[in-house]
Design a protein around this ligand. Sequence first.
Ligand SMILES: Cc1ncc(COP(=O)(O)O)c(C=O)c1O
Length: 222
Amino acid sequence: MDSLRINLAKYYKESYNLSEKSLTNDKIVVTPGGSSYALTLSFEMLLRNSKSEGEIIVLAPFFGPYTGMIKLGQGLPVYVDTKDDFEPDLDKIEAKINEKTRGILINSPNNPTGKVYSDITIENIIKVARKHKVAVISDEVYEKFVYNDHKQFVPLSHFFEENPDVLLISNTSPSKTYGMIGDRIGYIMSNSEEFIKDIAISLGYRFASAPYISQVALDSVF
Ligand SMILES: Cc1ncc(COP(=O)(O)O)c(C=O)c1O
């Protein structure tokens, strides 16, 4: 539904002060199955051209199902401990990156720790990704669950325009924010229109589209 993608882009631009070009509707694809399926599909797409089992860096502690989602995409999760305050440890991340690594997964606000990453933290992770030519994948399903007045959720789309040379893939759903768990709908946003097009083609063959009734329900939120 074009109106839903247009409204999603508008929502992000208005809520997070994104520039006009940073998130057009060609950078958004609506998926069936909530953020669970959005993430699984993103991993599958990211890992599909790997000659050997591609690896995804997962920062611990993490939402348990990531392991299965990555394995469904024929990938291998590689776990990296965070610091005592759950801040990502860039040295430890870099130490685990090798020629098989395809991406670094971040989840802010985090389940289970509640940690919210600052823009500088995310920027530093993107720098590491650029250096090693890997993607950054984010799970933003807890976007609205920030309880500390001094913290602010920063979406990965905030970095789309400035970083065309690093593949950035953001995954989310209205399951938590709007209590729409039963609608089983989600969306993927990327700075790469090509990545979004590939996902849309794959979805087209599998499902034709995300369920229309759930798209209408989500569209009515905006
Ligand atoms: C961190 C995290 N990501 C994703 C999900 C899955 O949410 P959805 O209902 O959108 O598939 C959950 C659900 O608990 C979660 O905690």
